[in-house]
Write a protein that binds this ligand. Structure first.
Ligand SMILES: Cc1cc2nc3c(=O)[nH]c(=O)nc-3n(C[C@H](O)[C@H](O)[C@H](O)COP(=O)(O)OP(=O)(O)OC[C@H]3O[C@@H](n4cnc5c(N)ncnc54)[C@H](O)[C@@H]3O)c2cc1C
Length: 514
């Protein structure tokens, strides 16, 4: 078991100063802030230190943005749920130099078999240097991301719930549960599916309420492994929401439908699990000694807007969906990766006028797509004859390489192409990690800056060199003359014309310094 205890020490550069001059600001959740404004102690306050909040804090710190993360829980989460980091998230970790640390705590598995849990191997030659799934306990990935953010100088204050805020033309006044008020230039709600920030912001969260509840827990079993494996294989032919799989020495992760057992408002009990196991499998496998028990639903909702003025939403605060396919954490971390450098640019003063709005323009459609594919996966896990027939048909279709590849690229998020306008297919996509003369490409992106790869050796980043790195004659693997990468690794320009490049540098990186 990993130790998850640590203390968040403020960095020497970012000392929290309680401001005693802040007067009472009535009605903080209303837009009308008080006039007696406290100084802007922070550039960004992040509500919530889950994976999304921690990732965002780290991304902002790469650009020296003063960040405070407020987390309502006093201790890091201890709820051990194994999550899967999909290929794109693994790539992000590699792009920030975090992968080696994370790999020590995870287990690599084949990238295939995740769409509706249809057991197909991944297609050959997936377009990534990291073509696997990394199974890792969620508390561990949260701890590693928080540790990374703190190392970079972010402050994390635990036991601090955001209960209100008011924004004005200069910043946001954030109110904590104990009445303390803090001020920053921006506030980002990374406070999960029941987000206080989203509710106070009044942003609509349309979608479907939860209709199907599932029980999930970890416990010991009283029968041999082979007996369980045979039974599970037989039952999963028709019951996709049934699962028993090893989760450590003598411990099994158990998933069963919650239908018909116990009160929804009460935490599930071991007896609930036993009852469901007996109904479905005819035996409760002698389960005992639970480590933890939980229940989750399949509510599917998407925030109508990701930004109102100086307040933004990311992660589960902006979108919720059932865990089928294991995409939620991945989606949130990728939101943070998209938002971080843009919000930093806004704060550092070099952001082009519309840059911050590209966060919603790019990420809202991605979430829409994830919600839709989880809806489809949920249908495919129904035991009704119709969905079962569609599932059999899709299982056959996935024998076609292109179908299998399309679904895997979707679920792993390596198929994403942002709309940057007309251009070659690579424009708007992320570039895979490739070998370059200096080692590997992602190794050059650790600082979260743009990067120009120039095979012509005639191009220059000129007045943008404080924001964009330059690499001449990088590699023969690239079959284009020049490529401009954004800090998130997406291709912002392809070509060999300096004037055209300058226009695109302006579009993404603002005015040149001189
Ligand atoms: C059973 C199950 C299995 C899953 N498996 C996977 C998987 O395999 N892969 C995957 O990608 N995803 C998976 N998910 C989804 C994943 O767990 C979530 O999508 C992820 O935790 C979202 O991260 P987040 O940081 O946006 O929100 P959260 O993890 O919810 O973090 C929000 C944080 O904000 C804090 N907070 C809340 N309100 C306030 C407030 N007012 N002030 C301050 N702090 C506040 C909370 O305490 C919490 O720490 C699974 C989910 C479930 C239920």
């Amino acid at each position: 078991m990993h130790s998850l205890q640590f203390t968040a020490e403020p960095s020497s550069t970012d000392t929290v100063e309680r401001d005693s001059t802040v007067g009472d600001v009535p009605g903080l959740s209303s837009p009308a802030a008080g006039t007696d404004r406290a100084p802007l102690m922070f550039d960004v306050i992040i509500a919530g230190c889950g994976p999304t909040g921690a990732m965002l804090a780290a991304e902002l710190r790469l650009h020296d943005v003063r960040v405070l993360v407020l987390e309502k829980e006093t201790e890091p989460v201890s709820f051990v749920r194994i999550v899967g980091l999909h290929i794109r998230s693994i790539e992000l970790m590699a792009m920030r130099g975090l992968l080696e640390r994370i790999l020590q705590h995870g287990r690599q598995r084949p990238a295939g078999g995740f769409f509706a849990a249809i057991p197909k191997p991944p297609p050959e030659g997936l377009d990534s240097a990291y073509a696997y799934l990394l199974g890792i306990p969620q508390p561990v990935i949260e701890h590693l991301l928080e540790e990374h953010a703190i190392e970079l100088g972010a402050q994390v204050r635990r036991g601090c719930a955001v209960v209100g805020f008011a924004q004005d033309d200069e910043g946001v006044t954030v109110e904590l549960a104990d009445g303390e008020q803090l001020r920053s230039r921006y506030l980002v709600g990374c406070d999960g599916g029941r987000s206080t920030v989203r509710k106070l912001l009044g942003v609509g969260f349309p979608g479907e309420p939860s209709r199907t509840e599932t029980l999930m827990g970890e416990m010991e079993v009283g029968v041999p492994q082979e007996e369980i494996a045979a039974k599970v294989t037989e039952i999963r032919e028709t019951h996709q929401r049934f699962w028993l799989r090893p989760a450590g020495v003598g411990v099994y992760s158990v998933v069963v439908p919650a239908a018909g057992v116990s009160d929804r408002a009460e935490p599930p009990t071991l007896e609930d699990f036993k009852q469901q196991l007996r109904t479905i499998a005819g035996t409760d496998f002698g389960v005992h000694s639970p480590r933890w028990l939980s229940r989750f639903g399949d509510a599917t909702r998407l925030a109508e807007r990701y930004r109102i003025g100086r307040v933004l939403l990311a992660g589960d605060a902006a979108h919720i969906h059932p865990p089928t396919g294991g995409q939620g954490l991945n989606l949130g971390v990728q939101d943070a990766f998209n938002l971080g450098w843009k919000l930093a640019a806004q704060i550092r003063g070099w952001a082009p006028e519309t840059l911050l709005d590209t966060y919603q323009a790019e990420r809202h459609p991605v979430a829409e797509d994830v919600l839709d594919n989880t809806r489809a996966q949920m249908e495919l896990s129904s035991t009704e004859p119709g969905p079962q027939a569609v599932r059999r048909l899709l299982t056959e279709l996935m024998d076609f390489d292109e179908v299998n590849r399309y679904l895997i690229e979707k679920i792993t998020a390596i198929g994403i192409r942002y709309d940057f306008g007309e251009g070659p297919d690579l424009l708007g996509r992320r570039l895979r990690d490739i070998d370059v003369k200096q080692g590997h490409l992602y190794g050059l992106l650790h600082r979260g800056r743009g990067l120009l790869l120039d095979r012509t050796e005639r191009l220059t980043v000129g007045g943008w060199s404080d924001r964009v790195d330059y690499l001449a004659d990088p590699t023969a693997v690239l079959d284009v003359p020049g490529v401009l990468l954004r800090p998130d690794g997406h291709v912002a320009w392809i070509g060999d014309d300096q004037q055209d490049l300058d226009d695109h540098l302006s579009r993404w990186f603002g005015k040149p310094a001189n």
